[in-house]
Design a protein around this ligand. Structure first.
Ligand code: MLT
Length: 269
């Protein structure tokens, strides 16, 4: 995949693009502390039927490491990116933190959202204890770098059964996590800590929505996905068996299958 760069007003965003197709492209938003590489199996497979774009949020991958950091800012960056590429509407697919950005997209740039895919994410904000953990993680990043953050996150990032059965997935996720930039990590931790409650947003969503969750996800468990499913009218819920938080990397064929089915529904609706 050839790295592409979009130069926006103040920052640049790295992205991968694959496939063609009529209608709105699928815009993939990665989680924390990942980068667009999280989505390589989706681009490889789904580009046969859809125009797919995976971008690096600011502070990650090949994008500028530049404040400010907030969910609103990430969403505004995505909208500016769409302007730059001449994309009017997109199917927004966000995993975990990418889902938090998708909610901000819906609040701020609703007319740009054609459909939503919310993978291994949740609508609720951080608890006070969760906020405190973000502060400690930021301190860990500043003191000991991205490898220490990766080591701290890996046990919950990947499902237990994947850890036992698929070392190549563990290695691929670890490579992404350890390559993250410390300032980008700290910025994203601040942004996640301060993110608003998206629960009231759910009832306002009136585009086709697919919710996906790994059966073994301990960071954003099935109960979070079920709450979103109940609150988003007409949404679909798909559980990916034997997968944890990065369900798209852990069981790519199963993930791509449910995503592909949803994309054909979106295309024919
Ligand atoms: C992610 O995968 O984006 C993060 O685990 C989300 C979070 O920590 O809330």
């Amino acid at each position: 995949m050839q790295l592409m760069i979009a130069n926006l007003d103040r920052i640049r965003l790295g992205y991968d693009e694959a496939g063609r197709g009529n209608g709105p492209p699928v815009l993939f938003l990665h989680g924390f502390p990942h980068n667009r590489g999280l989505w390589s199996a989706q681009l490889a497979s789904l580009s046969a039927q859809s125009h797919c774009i995976a971008l690096d949020l600011r502070g990650f991958g090949e994008s500028s490491v530049a404040p400010p950091y907030s969910m609103d800012q990430y969403a505004d960056d995505v909208a500016a990116f769409m302007d730059k590429l001449g994309i009017d509407r997109a199917i927004i697919c966000g995993l975990s933190m990418g889902g938090y950005v998708a909610f901000a997209m819906w609040r701020r740039h609703q007319q740009r959202v054609h459909a939503l895919i919310l993978a291994d994410t949740r609508a609720t904000p951080d608890s006070e204890e969760g906020r405190e953990k973000r502060r400690s993680m930021a301190q860990l990043a500043r003191d000991r770098g991205s490898v220490a953050v990766a080591d701290a996150m890996m046990p919950s990032m990947i499902g237990e059964r994947t850890r036992e059965s698929a070392p190549h997935v563990v290695n691929a996720v670890y490579r992404i996590l350890t390559s993250a930039n410390v300032a980008g990590i700290v910025g994203a931790l601040d942004a996640m800590r301060e993110r608003p409650d998206s629960t009231p947003t759910l009832a306002t969503i009136d585009v086709l929505t697919l919710i996906i969750v790994g059966e073994d996800d301990v960071l954003t468990p099935i109960a979070d996905a079920e709450s979103m499913h109940r609150a988003i009218y007409g949404s679909r819920l798909q559980v990916i068996g034997r997968a944890g938080h990065v369900s798209n990397m852990e069981r790519p064929a199963a993930f791509n299958h449910v995503l592909g089915e949803f994309l054909s529904v979106v295309r024919h609706t």
